[in-house]
Design a protein around this ligand. Structure first.
Ligand code: MCA
Ligand code: AMP
Length: 507
């Protein structure tokens, strides 16, 4: 740990290259250097200070992806604020919860969201920021001087809060410290060999760990550059791949690339590394990619609460279906889910870990924080894993009821409570079933009240007002009753088996 009382921003840039070096390649051939980034983030940090943001304040951002969105995050770090990114796809009902729970002093949103957020801002200052460099926040900072003295922060002070849903109840804010983020960025930079020569093709969202910390912080720590694409679009990807050296993506990126005839050795001649994570990469995807391109995708494993936990090696075998070895400084063990007893070698159990990457706890929720940790400080992930005889970690299932669709987590309980709130519905069960494009497709199995006349389209129309698009069931099926065990618990495994071929023909 190099930093004690410096901001994460300062520490990430400690080995900063020549300020004239390119930091961002943007659409339409525009580039921004490290010097541009320093000036812009200084103005943004001054702007935050001017509107009253003070160290430790939460600052929420619900903005579209772009250079300014990224600079806003970095400005929060410089100003000592706690960054709270929110998916722009959240409905107002979803967003309201986060603003009420986190009590940010400032919310910066895409201009199109201003009216909807006005009644929800809960006393926070509300400003706008658009990807084209306009917005009321830009109006404040435009003429400001381009320098700023970064606010020093101690290693265990917060840098960010990222909300992650629980198995029951509402989302919990994972409190991530300066140390959590810095230790992970430095470890990944070294492990994956990022240097000033690298150019990362960045097509992930900027409001989750993967695109925000794993990608951006690692690139900053290496003094490398990024091609910042607004989203994952195959034409853009193929246009930019020849200029990149590395890409990080969810498995859907790789299955979509493989489904495209343009993928071949020539289209990626400049690349040295493809990383996959956030959801399981099927061994057949790994093998097909290797056969087609000569590249073994490097799969790694992480969580919002912990940043990255384990990674396949840079040198040595990148084993299909495995997530590799714990990162340096991460202590990892496999335990019996209930008793916490350490599993015998090769046995299956919950993955538990301890290390500088592990979060400080859940925001204002001591109870959930307590139950997430063992007495000796190990964090219980809720993923089921085993370690093979060569030491490679494998994920074999989830102890949590969770669906991962295209790398986005969907918590069945949240979708079920919205479905159950529909007046025609008696009860529902939400499951994930294999989906060729998204890995898992969210599926709702619904029992109607007697005499009710709701159909799939009605249900989806109602849910669309309450849930972000990615949480919407891809299919809603109606049944007379849900299968239950002797204890009366819905047998989701039976439902998953019944509907396992549901999406066989989807892209
Ligand atoms: C979009 N849609 C989705 C998803 N994405 N539905 C389910 N699951 C999704 N992931 C909806 C759209 O709103 C649209 O709905 C319809 O599906 C078709 O969208 P499409 O154009 O195909 O989607 P896309 O825009 O191309 O997005 C697919 C995507 C994207 C590229 C896979 O979802 C994505 O970028 N995922 C990455 C998520 C991520 O960064 N996860 C990291 C979490 P409609 O037709 O109704 O409008 S961090 C994490 O998990 C940990 C820490 C870790 O280890 O990294
Ligand atoms: P999140 O709650 O968004 O932080 O997502 C974290 C979860 O994503 C983990 O608990 C795992 O279930 C899953 N995950 C992340 N990386 C992988 C991977 N390489 N293979 C399988 N699951 C993964």
């Amino acid at each position: 740990m190099t930093q004690q009382n410096e901001s994460l921003f300062t520490s990430l840039l400690a080995g900063r290259p020549d300020a004239e070096r390119v930091f961002l390649y943007l659409p339409a051939g525009k580039t921004l250097s490290y010097a541009d980034m320093l000036v812009c983030t200084a103005r943004f940090a001054r702007g935050l200070w001017q509107i009253g943001v003070r160290p430790g304040d939460r600052v929420a951002a619900q903005v579209e992806k772009g250079a300014d969105a990224l600079f806003f995050y970095l400005a929060c770090l410089r100003a000592g604020a706690v960054y709270l990114p929110l998916n722009p796809a959240y409905t107002p009902a979803e967003t309201e919860y986060f603003l009420r729970d986190a009590e940010p002093s400032c919310v910066v949103a895409a201009p199109g969201k201003r009216l909807a957020l006005e009644p929800l801002r809960n006393g926070a200052k509300l400003l706008t920021l658009a990807p084209d460099g306009t917005g009321s926040f830009i109006d404040i900072v435009r003429e400001m001087p381009g320098d700023f003295n970064d606010v020093p922060r101690a290693a265990d002070e917060l840098a960010a809060i990222l909300y992650t849903s629980g198995t029951t109840g509402r989302s919990k804010g994972a409190m991530l410290t300066q140390r959590n983020l810095l230790s992970n960025a430095l470890a990944l930079r070294d492990l994956w060999r990022f240097t000033t020569s690298d150019v990362l093709l960045h097509a992930l969202p900027l409001y989750h760990t993967h695109g925000l910390f794993t990608a951006t912080n690692t690139i900053l720590a290496a003094g490398a550059a990024m091609i910042l694409l607004p989203r994952f679009d195959l034409d853009d990807i193929f246009a930019q791949l020849p200029c990149a050296t590395a890409m990080m993506g969810v498995p859907t990126f790789y299955t979509r690339l493989l489904a495209d005839a343009r993928l071949g050795r020539d289209s990626i001649a400049h690349m040295r590394l493809f990383v996959s994570g956030s959801a399981p990469l099927l061994p057949e995807t790994h093998r097909a990619f290797l056969a087609r391109t000569g590249h073994a995708i490097l799969e790694r494993y992480g969580m919002t609460e912990t940043n990255m936990i384990a990674s396949n090696p840079y040198d040595g075998e990148r084993r299909p279906g495995a997530i590799g070895f714990p990162l340096p400084d991460v202590e990892l063990r496999i335990c019996a889910p209930e008793s916490g007893a350490i599993s015998p070698a090769g046995g299956i159990g919950t993955i538990e870990l301890r290390g500088p990457n592990v979060f400080k706890g859940y925001w204002r929720d001591a109870e959930k924080t307590r139950s997430a940790f063992r007495d000796d400080g190990y964090f219980v992930t809720g993923d089921l894993g085993s370690i093979d005889s060569d030491g490679y970690l494998h994920i074999v299932g989830r102890a949590r009821d969770l669906v991962i669709s295209g790398g986005f987590n969907v918590y069945p309980g949240e979708v079920e409570s919205e479905i159950d709130a529909l007046s025609d519905v008696l009860e529902s069960a939400v499951i994930g079933v294999p989906h060729p494009d998204l890995g898992e497709g969210v599926t709702a199995v619904v029992v109607c009240k007697p005499g009710a006349a709701i159909d799939e389209a009605d249900a989806l129309a109602a849910l669309r007002l309450r849930l972000a698009r990615y949480k919407l069931p891809k299919r809603v099926v109606f049944v007379d009753e849900l299968p239950r065990n002797a204890m009366g618990k819905v047998q989701k495994a039976v439902l998953r088996e019944t509907y396992r071929a549901m999406f066989r023909h989807c892209r």
